[in-house]
Ligand binder design. Structure first.
Ligand code: SAM
Ligand code: SF4
Length: 317
């Protein structure tokens, strides 16, 4: 199947699908302190609907799927979802984004279910800061998750840290230090003004360039998707910068998103949503086509906050 093109000529091949808006952590920039109210299970897509939505996406030319949340590993049936999605003809790569805490329980099952790669979110290596940032998490649990991923045989694992002025901006050299002995990509993501953090002080939003200023030894190492890659010469891993605000990459955007309650989002930062619930595979294909056709040319985060009507835990990043 040839990929669909939007009206700006971008080929859409990448689907990010959220399988739950619930989470076992409460990151201050992502989730309300009290968490989110558990919605009736009939409001959320069932395992079968999720698999049908990915089948319909494959019919539209999607080849890569990222399973996300909330925390995808708290979703009942997550292993069945991964197994189902990875066996869909046309889907070449199934990745999963997680905070890592439940990986000691799930890493091997995910590997066996056909998950190709993991992204693990880890914003700090300081146990106190980790507890403060996640409100309820323990750094050791996330680190145990990282180890479990390695043990289960996952390669190409990426660690993602949201760069937050005054919180982990003083820790950049330590975070980059992870790449010394580990063959891992450590990526810094600019904090985006959406949901919980949309009204935060300007000082919290710092550019990816801060990383290069803090570690001048970093040398350029090409691009990997939307991530500008660097490495410290002689070190095993790489450092990535994902700069949705200071280096907007909308012209290369190849993705659509589906929320856990079955809404297609053509752009992370627009309010537009298209409903997939109650549709058969053909009906879903029609809705996905309309969503792709309506994909906006760019977001406006440089000038104002996200127009998305949802928090990040509902969309999946
Ligand atoms: N719970 C999983 C996790 O944390 O990896 C998956 C869902 S989480 C919403 C996906 C990613 O979005 C995480 O790496 C998180 O740090 C990032 N994220 C959340 N809010 C963000 C924001 N305002 N700006 C940039 N990244 C954000
Ligand atoms: Fe949960 Fe991930 Fe949001 Fe943190 S960033 S609250 S781990 S969904």
């Amino acid at each position: 199947m040839n990929p669909l093109q939007d009206t700006y000529g971008r080929k859409i091949t990448y689907l990010r699908i959220s399988v739950t808006d619930l989470c076992n952590l409460r990151c201050v920039y992502c989730m309300p302190e009290k968490g989110v109210e558990k919605r009736c299970h009939t409001d959320m897509m069932s395992v079968e609907e999720i698999i049908r939505a990915v089948e319909a996406s494959a019919d539209c030319g999607i080849t890569k799927v990222r399973i996300t949340g909330g925390e995808p590993l708290v979703r009942k049936g997550i292993v069945d979802i991964c197994r189902g999605v990875s066996s869909i003809p046309g889907i070449e790569e199934v990745c999963l984004t997680t905070n890592g805490v439940l990986l000691p329980k799930y890493a091997q099952q995910l590997k066996d279910a056909g998950v190709s790669r993991l992204n693990i979110s880890l914003d700090t290596l300081d146990p106190e800061k980790y507890a403060m940032l996640t409100r309820v998490g323990k750094l050791d649990d996330a680190l145990a998750g990282l180890e479990a991923a390695e043990k289960a045989g996952f390669t190409g694992t990426k660690i993602n840290a949201v760069l937050i002025g005054g919180i982990n901006s003083g820790e950049i050299r330590e975070l980059v230090g992870i790449t010394k002995d580990k063959e891992i990509d450590f990526r810094f993501i600019e904090l985006m003004p959406i949901g919980e953090c949309s009204s935060w002080d300007k000082e919290r939003f710092i550019p990816g360039q801060t990383v290069l200023d803090a570690v001048p030894e970093l040398v350029e190492d090409g691009m990997n998707g939307v991530s500008r890659m660097y490495r410290v010469p002689g070190w095993k891993g790489r450092v990535g910068l994902i700069d949705p605000i200071s280096h907007r990459f909308c012209d290369q955007c190849n993705r659509i998103r589906i929320t856990a309650d079955g809404k297609v989002k053509p752009c992370l930062h627009s309010a537009a949503e298209f409903d997939l619930r109650g549709l058969d595979r053909e009906g879903m294909v029609d809705v996905l086509r309309s969503a792709i056709e309506s994909k906006p040319g760019r977001h406006m985060l440089e000038e104002r906050s996200s127009e998305s009507i949802r928090n990040m835990n509902e969309i999946g990043g």
